[in-house]
Every structure is written in structure tokens, then in C-alpha cells.
Design a protein around this ligand. Structure first.
Ligand SMILES: [Zn+2]
Length: 391
């Protein structure tokens, strides 16, 4: 069995080990086994370490079916060689920060809300855990989210020691583990401060202060559980820098101080809504005027608008109906042709007319004898409107 060096020293970035075997996987990669390894294999939701073995890039590290640590490398290496091994430090430190932050978050959720956490996923951008809450609860209030975040950050700032060891059977029974271990033997325990005890084979910093910062970025129901999304350490700092940059730009755009930002954004959105509504109303009035003009001396009106919008089209149809006439209307947009056919009671069947039009011009739609709607992807189908026969 591979001796796992990261158990005793998670800061061992450089080590030398004998290569016990190297077998080719394909033309460019090999599977390497070492006598001892500080490379962390993907497990417990924490991804594998990268780095180099005797200068060859490490592409994957996993635990094989016999419990040994397998390293996938670029190229190959001779068996028996004493290989110099280097861990990619920023990647590992990042994983340690996310992983240890997750322990503290899970502990807070357990102690304050009785939540059992499952399914840590440490992603490339952020991480998630799923919480099973009492009485099937699947949400946190705004205040609770703020509390969880503050409490996790308080524990980080307390710089509580993080200790990992393999307790004996008797000692293990006496430890207040947050949840039952997923393995039955060779159980390793991590203790964070005085509160968090959990079985874990992962890599952790020596004290919580190294996690730096915690930010809860989302909390929402997912498949019957509460899913919490978060970032820690350098990731949380980068998020803060980025958001601060965005807020600074917004302050410039809206020309307001930070405390007035939300109100200014809301006012801008409200004004935009009002302007859109005004523009719609103007389009409707224009559509009505066009139709009243087109109706002069005609039994029915056929007209193709350009970007009058669905409300404009309806206003035009209503104007024709108010005069007791049939209207075959279209609206040319960037995406195609919107159709609206309307007929007064006892007049030609608008639904049948529309179906006939889309059948011969490509498109879909339908409706009642009084009002029908449709769409043709081909804008040029508008030309066929004039030749549609009304029996
Ligand atoms: Zn852990």
C-alpha cells in the first residue's frame, strides 16, 4: 500500500520516492506507483493534486481498486528510479482552503440548524454542500445566511488549530463526530477548534486562519436538500476584488455614491420600463391610425407593419374590428413574420385563413374564427398576404 505522506504533513510540497512500477496507458501517458506519495488522490469531494514526477507532468491521481495511489503522468519513467516529486502548491493550497472552509460551514450548519451535510463538491469556480435539515426545511432566511457567514468567518479569524490523527478504537468511540464515518477501519479524524470533529482523509491547513475568508454565495433548494454554494481563501478575495471593481464602475455609470447605488439602479430600471410603455402606446396609436386610413373604401384591410410589436398588432386588429372589417395583418421583425388575422362575427373565418396562409408559406399558428395568430420564419412571406384568397 502506498504510504500517504500528506497525512502527516500536508505542507510537503517536494519529496523523493522510489518508483515501484510504471505501466503505459497509451502512447503518451503512463500509470506510476510510488513507494510513498504526497500527491492527494481525488476523494471525499476534493480533486487530485497536480505537479511533476521527475519532471513529467502529473495529469491525474486516484485511489485504485487495491487502495493504492495511482499517478497518471505524461510520458514514462523507469521503475526503481528515485524520483523527485513536486506538488503544484497554489492548486493544493486552494483545495485546502476550500476543504477546511467546508468543514467549518458544515459544523456551523450542524450546531445551529441541526443540518447533516452530504455531497461536498469542490469545483473549479466554487464549491457546494447539500444539507438535510430537520422537518425537510430547504431554505435559510436572509438573517440566517448572514449569521452563517459571520460565524464561519469568526471561527476562521480565531485561528483555531486544526489537528488530524488516527485514533484508537476506544478513543474513536469517545469523540463527538459530526457524522458517522464512511469507512470502517483506519479512520482518520480532523478536529477544528473545540467544536468540529469529523472523520476525514483530506488535506487541511494547520489552523483556521489560513482559510482567510469565507463567502456564502448561494443557498437554494436542490433535489430535496438545501444546497449551499461558497468560496474560501484566495477565491473569496478575488471575488471581493472583482465585485469591488464592478461596484466602482457602476458608481461612475450612475454617478452616485455607493450607498445610493441600488436606489439609482432601481430608478433607472423604472424609467426604462416607463419609456418602453410609452413607446408601446405610441406604436399602438400609430397602428390604429394606419388601419383607419387603410380601411377607406376597402372591404378588408391587409397590411404589413415593421416592428410594431404584439400590442401594436392587436391595436390594429381591434381598430379594424371596431369598423366591422376583416384584417389580415403582419409584423416584420428581425426573427420573422408575426401574423394576426381578425374578423367580425359572421365574417370570413380568421382561423381558417391563417392556417391556409401558414400552410403555403411555412410557419405555424391558428385560432378562432374571430382572432388567429401565427408566425412565419421567412420574412418574405409578407408578399403573399395580398394574394391570399378570401372565399
Ligand atoms: Zn477534511
Amino acid at each position: 500500500m502506498t504510504e500517504r505522506l500528506y497525512y502527516d504533513d500536508p505542507y510537503l510540497w517536494k519529496f523523493v520516492s522510489e518508483v515501484t512500477s510504471c505501466e503505459p496507458i497509451d502512447d503518451t501517458t503512463s500509470r506510476v506507483y510510488l513507494e510513498k506519495s504526497a500527491f492527494y488522490p481525488t476523494s471525499g469531494g476534493q480533486p487530485y493534486d497536480t505537479g511533476t514526477i521527475e519532471g513529467r507532468r502529473v495529469l491525474d491521481v486516484y485511489v485504485d481498486e487495491f487502495g493504492d495511489v495511482a499517478h497518471v503522468i505524461e510520458g514514462s519513467i523507469e521503475t526503481g528510479v528515485l524520483a523527485e516529486c513536486l506538488i503544484d502548491v497554489p492548486r493544493r493550497v486552494d483545495h485546502m482552503q476550500q476543504h477546511a472552509g467546508e468543514h467549518i460551514l458544515a459544523g456551523v450548519m450542524y450546531r445551529y440548524y441541526g443540518a447533516y451535510t452530504t455531497g461536498l463538491h469542490l469545483g473549479a469556480l466554487d464549491s457546494t454542500i447539500d444539507c438535510v435539515m430537520p422537518e425537510g426545511r430547504m431554505h435559510l432566511t436572509q438573517e440566517e445566511k448572514a449569521f452563517v457567514e459571520a460565524e464561519v468567518n469568526r471561527i476562521i479569524r480565531s485561528d483555531a488549530p486544526i489537528k488530524c490523527w488516527f485514533p484508537g478504537e476506544e478513543e474513536l468511540k469517545s469523540l463527538p463526530l459530526r457524522k458517522a464515518p464512511s469507512v470502517t477501519e483506519h479512520i482518520r479524524v480532523v478536529q477544528i477548534g473545540d467544536d468540529e470533529f469529523c472523520a476525514c482523509g483530506g488535506t487541511h491547513p494547520k489552523a483556521t486562519g489560513e482559510i482567510g475568508l469565507f463567502k456564502l454565495t448561494d443557498a437554494r433548494p436542490d433535489k430535496g436538500k438545501l444546497r449551499l454554494t461558497f468560496v474560501c481563501g484566495e477565491r473569496a478575495s478575488r471575488l471581493f476584488y472583482r465585485l469591488y471593481e464592478d461596484v466602482s464602475k457602476l458608481k461612475e455609470i450612475l454617478n452616485v455614491p455607493e450607498e445610493g447605488l441600488c436606489r439609482a439602479a432601481q430608478t433607472a430600471v423604472d424609467k426604462l420600463k416607463d419609456a418602453k410603455h410609452e413607446a408601446n402606446m405610441a406604436k399602438c396609436r400609430m397602428a390604429e391610425a394606419v388601419i383607419r386610413n387603410e380601411l377607406k373604401g376597402n372591404e378588408e384591410v391587409r397590411f404589413v407593419f415593421e416592428d410594431i410589436g404584439p400590442e401594436g398588432l392587436k391595436a390594429a386588429a381591434d381598430a379594424a374590428l371596431a369598423a366591422g372589417r376583416t384584417a389580415l395583418l403582419a409584423d416584420k421583425t428581425e426573427n420573422g413574420l408575426n401574423l394576426m388575422f381578425a374578423s367580425p362575427k359572421g365574417g370570413p373565418d380568421a382561423g381558417k385563413l391563417l392556417k391556409a396562409f401558414v400552410a403555403s408559406n411555412g410557419g405555424k399558428g391558428g385560432g378562432s374564427p374571430e382572432l388567429a395568430r401565427g408566425f412565419c420564419p421567412d420574412k418574405d412571406a409578407a408578399k403573399a398576404l395580398d394574394s391570399l384568397r378570401i372565399d
